[in-house]
Design a protein around this ligand. Sequence first.
Ligand SMILES: [Zn+2]
Ligand SMILES: [Zn+2]
Length: 287
Amino acid sequence: MGNSISNLLSYDVLVSITAASIGLLLIWFILGVRSSNNKNKDHDKELFKQPLPEEDCPICFLRLPYLNTGSRYYACCGKVICNGCVYAPVYDDRGNEVDNPCPFCRTPRTSSNEELNEMEKKRMQADDRTAIFNIGVYYRDGRYGFPQDYTKALELWHRAGELGHAAAYRNIGVAYEEGRGGVEIDKKKSEYYHELAAIKGDAGARFSLGCHEACAGNMDRALKHFMIAVRDGHSKSLKDIQQFYGYGFVTKEDYTAALQLYQTYLGEIKSSQRDKAAAADEEYRYY
Ligand SMILES: [Zn+2]
Ligand SMILES: [Zn+2]
């Protein structure tokens, strides 16, 4: 006996089996590449979509500015209120000016950390994403009587992110970038969380993504990120596009388009009330 399989099958049959296997492998490879291309396309479509704009101020109904000093969070009612409405005087029913209340719910403003913390903790229990995010920041910095605890901060930012807080995801991205809060440095995870933040509308996270793309020499992708960030009021991204133009990386049309996007943004956020606040105090600067 001792017949091997090649003795049993003719040479022609062996050749056709081999050819068929190679064919199948090729089809599998092509389908695999195509589906991963589609996946990348879908991913980019989602990533480079202009996010929904910041919420409007609940008092003047104008778009809230991107700049932090352009608005303030009130833990009494959980509202984010624009600098103009924060600065404007508030009157009671008799027309007397009330000293420093919440401009939305008129709760008297307290300067006691304990009272503010209690209010914010209550908001946190009610799943207020901004309160959860803020308390995470207090834990990160060991501020306002909270002990410094980066791990606790990360836990809270995950919760705030799931509730739709974009900057919470950016902070998680930074934790993975720097290896803080008990997580190892992980560039992939850092990018993943920066992307989540950018998709949800965090222009700062988008700027970081753009910078990474520029460093990798992917100027097209960098420009796409910066353009979206400029439309959402990120002036640093506009400066970078200006520099790109200076170096000849982007065209004059690109730079002009970026300037126009920034003007459109300014048109949405500017008001005389906000200008007045910004002129009175640098703390109320909003663009
Ligand atoms: Zn307002
Ligand atoms: Zn309030």
